[in-house]
Design a protein. Structure first.
Lengths: 286, 198, 265
């Protein structure tokens, strides 16, 4: 160990030291918020603009395809989206094609938006169908016949008896689907709904797709947004915070922005230190 | 199912839940769900073996078996009576989902240590990656635009323009590779995953 | 209706798919007929014997996983990746059986269990050691992503494997498992076609199979000439895609979007 300079030691710092520094640093902004401004990126603006096109009575789908693990990234965006759908006078159908903890997510959305669900009537303004496994297979079946997949909603009311579902049994009457997912669900909707079978597209009204994804997938999701397969993309906590600012309802994502600022700055500093150490030891060895 | 995707309702009796394609899709789901039962049996076998051999992990396996039986009984009760008992919901909402969220949060710490170890400017390519990564990170954080207005500008350029050609290339070649693999599997030439030893 | 179907872009997509299959088949037949096709060696595949040799020298086990794969083989994006991972598992298991190294396979995919058990059993039998295979210790199944990740992390911390092989459809568990492997100094070889996990796995693994290399690896391992022929067909298809890309760009620059309209689904 003798003969080791500070730069050598910097490169060999135990990762647990970083974990503790990060943990402590992340908790500070929760106690003393920084309140930094957030500028809106084009993808989130496009998503919000898409929500603004909802006319009174039009039906949109919220597909909850992310688990509780992804609440930090996806839940605030879902809350803001439901709020905006309510503001526009739209109607909402909610289901999950892959994640069995959607019930908890939907309960959380409802408890976070009492001002929405005190005025909305279940069955008339919104319907919650719950979870049905099958992923893309399910999406394909839902495109053609919703009742074949969901014969009743979570309360046990037959789908045909729900006022909202009276004239809706396939994707052609749905304006767009907002997919909150951690990977592939948006692609299922793009393949099966937006670019669905021949006759469906020819009907002239394929439903559009928008994505509320995790930050990890942003680079991959951006490809679909820029190619026009999705009309909007809200990526990660940052995108959710932007959407909250646009909708006018600050929530969890805005609160976490300060922690994200701290963690990112810490990471950049750590990387700079490591590189300085690397160059210093490299110069010394030469 | 390929014909359903390409022709849809133009072929009578193919598309839709009551027809051939819908039936095949429903059976695919049924088989997938049956496999979960198979997995449960495997789990019980493994943990019973740990307990019977009194290994140093036996206590954890015993606890697993007890908890498994407890939740199974609660689930069967719901199946039989339609009533979901409070412990069933409580365990799922407060234990399982909380632990899942915790594990996802651990990813942040692992990413931190991975970035600290990997983001070293050992050569020109690594240096470009490092600089691009810093711009993207600081574009994502509100503090970036406070430090310098160029961070969100350049970071968003990297996100929306710089990395898109690479991502599209990945997507296209990945799809071509998948097509070839799927074709080999369809005609039976790809047998590595069902018992043909390499 | 007939004319309308022919003019529809979905029908053109079907024709292109059939043409691609025909191209793959043609090269498979040519290769089987004696055409010599050289495939570059994937460093990640070449490193698998090295990883297992390392485990044999250290007297430590090998960790193998095909990732979360969305929890099912019936997934268009991840199912094939899992199957490709299982193909490589057969190869790795055979090397482990030959060297007397213990290999443990972790998965949350229930429908892959019969395939995996059969693949591993056959590998052990091929080396003349059927009794060395115990499915209750060699295969570690957890029903969901979080328990699978917890089990993997716990096992890695306790058993301290010399090598970790990660081939398949990974999600956020890739960075956790790979970092855990790095913590204990394991040699790590990875491969995935999930673009969102590529950066993490490339940063954490010593060798990597990227995108279609994962699918091609099983072809390289098998060594069958006709299977390798399909790789040549795939490369030819890539060139054709590049050419059509170039033609489309030139046409679009002069204001002609007919090619774009033809291929737009």
């Amino acid at each position: 160990m003798s003969g080791q300079t500070i730069w050598d030691k910097l490169q060999q710092v135990d990762r647990r030291v970083f974990y503790w520094i990060l943990f402590v640093s992340l908790t500070v902004p929760f106690l003393t918020p920084l309140g930094l401004p957030i500028t809106v990126t084009p993808s989130t603006q496009a998503y919000y603009d898409g929500l603004k096109t909802i006319e009174a009575g039009e039906v949109v789908v919220l597909s909850i395809n992310s688990g509780v693990s992804a609440w930090g990234d996806c839940l605030p965006a879902m809350v803001a989206s439901v709020k905006q759908v309510h503001n526009q006078g739209g109607k909402l159908i909610v289901w999950s094609i892959g994640y069995n903890d959607c019930d908890i997510t939907w309960t959380r959305i409802k408890t976070t938006l009492p001002e929405v669900f005190s005025t909305w009537v279940e069955g008339t303004d919104y319907v919650y169908f719950g979870y049905c496994p099958g992923q893309e297979t399910n999406v394909a079946l839902l495109r053609d016949d919703i009742k074949s997949v969901y014969t009743k909603d979570v309360r046990g009311v037959a789908t045909g008896d729900l006022p909202l579902m009276k004239n809706i049994n396939d994707a052609s009457k749905i304006k767009f689907v907002m997919s909150s997912d951690t990977g592939d669900a948006q692609i299922y909707y793009i393949r099966q709904w937006k670019n669905g079978p021949v006759n469906y597209v020819k009907s002239g009204k394929p439903p559009l797709v928008a994505e509320m994804g995790i930050a990890m997938n942003k680079s991959g999701d951006m490809v679909f947004f820029l190619s026009g397969d999705e009309f909007g993309l809200v990526a990660g906590s940052r995108g959710a915070a932007e959407l909250e600012a646009l909708v006018g309802r600050k929530g969890d994502a805005t609160i976490t922005m300060d922690s994200i600022s701290v963690s990112h700055v810490l990471l950049v500093l750590a990387i700079i230190l490591a590189n300085v150490g690397m160059f210093a030891t490299r110069g010394k060895k030469k | 199912m390929m014909l359903d995707y390409f022709f849809g309702k133009n072929i009578p009796g193919l598309s839709g839940s009551g027809n051939l394609s819908g039936q095949l899709q429903a059976w695919a789901m049924i088989i997938q769900l049956m496999a979960i039962g198979l997995g449960a049996i495997n789990l019980l076998q493994v943990h019973f073996r740990q307990v019977s051999r009194k290994t140093n992990m036996a206590i954890y396996s015993a606890w697993f078996i007890v908890f498994f039986a407890f939740l199974l009984l609660l689930g069967l009760y719901k199946l039989a009576t339609g009533v979901e008992l409070y412990p069933y919901t409580w365990v799922f909402a407060n234990v399982y989902t909380s632990l899942g969220a915790t594990l996802y949060a651990i990813t942040g710490f692992y990413v931190f240590s991975a970035a600290y170890r990997a983001f070293r400017a050992r050569n020109v390519d690594a240096a470009i990656l490092l600089i691009g990564g810093i711009f993207v990170m600081l574009a994502n954080a509100p503090i970036g635009e406070v430090i310098w207005s160029g961070f969100p500008l350049l970071g968003n350029w990297f996100n929306n323009v710089g990395q898109i050609p690479g991502m599209r290339a990945f997507t296209v070649v990945g799809a071509l590779g998948l097509m070839a693999y799927g074709f080999r599997a369809l005609i039976g030439k790809e047998r590595g995953f069902y018992s043909e030893a390499a | 209706m007939g004319v309308w179907i022919i003019l529809d872009t979905k029908f053109i997509a079907l024709l292109l798919l059939i043409a691609s299959f025909a191209l793959f088949y043609a090269y498979m037949r040519l290769a089987k007929g004696g055409m010599k096709i050289k495939v570059r060696t994937f460093p990640a595949v070449a490193a698998i014997p090295e990883a297992i040799g390392r485990a044999a020298e250290m007297g430590k086990p090998v960790y193998y996983s095909t990732g979360m794969g969305q929890g099912t083989l019936n997934n268009q994006g991840n199912g094939p990746q899992t199957l490709a991972g299982i193909s490589i598992l057969g190869y790795a298991t055979r090397l482990c059986a030959k060297s007397g190294v213990k290999i443990t396979y972790f998965t949350p995919i229930a429908d892959s269990l019969p395939l995996v058990e059969e693949t591993m059993r056959t590998a052990y039998m091929a080396e003349g050691k059927p009794d060395d295979f115990d499915p209750t210790t060699a295969i570690n199944f957890q029903n969901e992503q979080s328990p699978y990740l917890t089990a993997s992390l716990g096992w890695i911390q306790r058993e301290k494997p010399a090598s970790a092989l990660l081939f398949g459809g990974f999600y956020y568990e890739s960075v956790c498992i790979a970092e855990a492997g790095n913590t204990i100094g394991a040699m790590q070889i990875g491969g995935t076609a999930n673009t969102h996990q590529l950066p993490f796995m490339i940063a954490a693994c010593d060798y990597m199979l990227i995108m279609e290399e994962l699918y091609a690896a099983s072809a390289e391992i098998s060594g069958n000439s006709d299977v390798i022929g399909s790789l040549r067909g795939e490369d030819i298809l890539k060139f054709l895609v590049l050419i059509s890309l170039g033609v489309g760009i030139i046409l679009a620059l002069v204001g002609n979007t007919s090619l774009i309209g033809l291929l737009k689904v």
